[in-house]
Design a protein around this ligand. Structure first.
Ligand SMILES: NC(=O)c1ccc[n+]([C@@H]2O[C@H](COP(=O)([O-])OP(=O)(O)OC[C@H]3O[C@@H](n4cnc5c(N)ncnc54)[C@H](O)[C@@H]3O)[C@@H](O)[C@H]2O)c1
Ligand SMILES: [Zn+2]
Length: 352
């Protein structure tokens, strides 16, 4: 099964939810879940689409935010499904961002040993990243995504028009992952972004970017479905980003903001070790800042960021492996760097 199987990317795709669910629901019932914020914005439309296809809908909500990616929240959804006597051939629909996709996807993977999952991602991050590739998970107090599964959705309906209601700051943060995709895979998309920096919320532009990013992610997932090698390239910018998120405390930075700082850092490291040129590093930096993303961090001691990086699970044999661009549109994985160089760059990102 390919990562694009069952994926529909189309403006207005939400209206197709009824027929998609109907095809999976011989019993005529569908279970719709989302956080309260998304359900308030889009729940009625989703319910109408489902009812229009003749389905009876059971709906459930949970509070917005990462805290809902928990075993406790999963247990509440299990109880809701069990109370309604949900059966193995009744689809569960995740309407929302990455938190919803991961939580509801995890419940779909495990309730009754797996029920059909339909993802309707509603953030830019969820549309281009978390809804593709089949990874679902909840967090433990000991760490993020520690309990999970590979459980591809039966259908993913990606409707770029749903992004219109996203707060600007969140859309901006999620653009870091779009720029990441361009830097590691797609020079033409990078140029498109440079030319479009004034109209980042343009629906036609968003639709084009979502489609392109999904195709790139799917291609890598197909090459490496269980994340053993090639998929590592998607971690570009994430070595420093994850460490910064840990050191600053979760919530201090939006994920995309941390990724932007991480890309600036990795870009400088790549220039310093000759992987790409100073000019290319500057071009990446200019695009990130033009979009409104940060290029440095505050509120975390650089030494704590460095320590968090050492503890990161990608450390192999005590050494951090870097993803570094070789030019705009290509990257290499598994690079080891001089710790002194890394220290200097991280201190520089942290303000000197
Ligand atoms: N499974 C994967 O492969 C994968 C990949 C990347 C990230 N993730 C996970 O994704 C999660 C982050 O996802 P996220 O950034 O989408 O966060 P999120 O799901 O919490 O959504 C962010 C906020 O936006 C609101 N929102 C969502 N859609 C909206 C819309 N259309 N209009 C207005 N508001 C809307 C939500 O209510 C929420 O408050 C993290 O838990 C991360 O671990 C998973
Ligand atoms: Zn990311």
């Amino acid at each position: 099964m390919g990562a694009l199987d069952g994926v529909l990317i189309e403006r207005g795709a939400l209206e197709r939810l009824g027929e998609a669910a109907r095809a999976l629901a011989p019993g005529g019932r569908a279970f719709l879940c989302g956080d309260t914020q998304v359900m308030e914005l889009l729940g009625a439309r989703a319910q109408r689409a489902l009812a229009g296809a003749g389905l009876r809908v059971c709906a459930q909500t949970f509070p917005p935010g990462e805290a809902s990616k928990s075993l406790q929240a999963a247990a509440r959804l299990y109880a809701w499904l069990a109370d309604a006597r949900a059966e193995r051939r009744e689809p569960l629909i995740a309407l929302g961002g990455g938190v919803t996709g991961d939580l509801v996807g995890f419940v779909a993977a495990t309730y009754a040993r797996g029920v059909p999952l339909i993802q309707v991602p509603t953030t830019l991050l969820a549309q281009i990243d978390s809804s593709i590739g089949g990874k679902v998970a909840v967090d433990l107090p000991a760490g993020k995504n520690l309990v999970g599964a590979f459980y591809p959705a039966a259908r993913v309906l990606i409707d770029p028009d749903l992004l219109a209601s996203l707060p600007r700051a969140q859309l901006t943060a999620d653009y870091a992952e779009v720029i990441k995709t361009a830097v590691i895979f797609d020079a033409a998309m990078f140029e498109l972004l440079e030319a479009s920096r004034e109209r980042l919320d343009d629906p036609q532009l968003l639709a084009a970017l979502v489609e392109r990013c999904v195709r790139w992610k799917a291609r890598v997932v197909d090459e490496d479905p269980h994340e053993r090698g090639a998929r590592m390239v998607l971690n570009y910018g994430h070595t420093i980003a994850h460490a910064l998120e840990t050191a600053a405390g979760y919530g201090a930075y939006r994920h995309g903001e941390a990724v932007a700082v991480g890309m600036v850092g990795a870009g400088r490291l790549a220039a310093a070790c000759g992987s790409w040129t100073e000019a290319e590093a500057r071009r990446q930096h200019a695009l990130l800042t033009a979009v409104g993303l940060p290029d440095r961090f505050q509120g975390a001691a650089p030494e704590r960021v460095l320590a968090a990086m050492q503890r990161d699970k990608k450390v192999q044999g005590g050494r951090v492996r870097w993803v570094l661009p070789t030019r705009i549109g290509a990257a290499q994985v598994g690079i080891e760097l001089d710790p002194g160089l890394v220290r200097a760059v991280v201190h520089d990102l942290g303000g000197g």
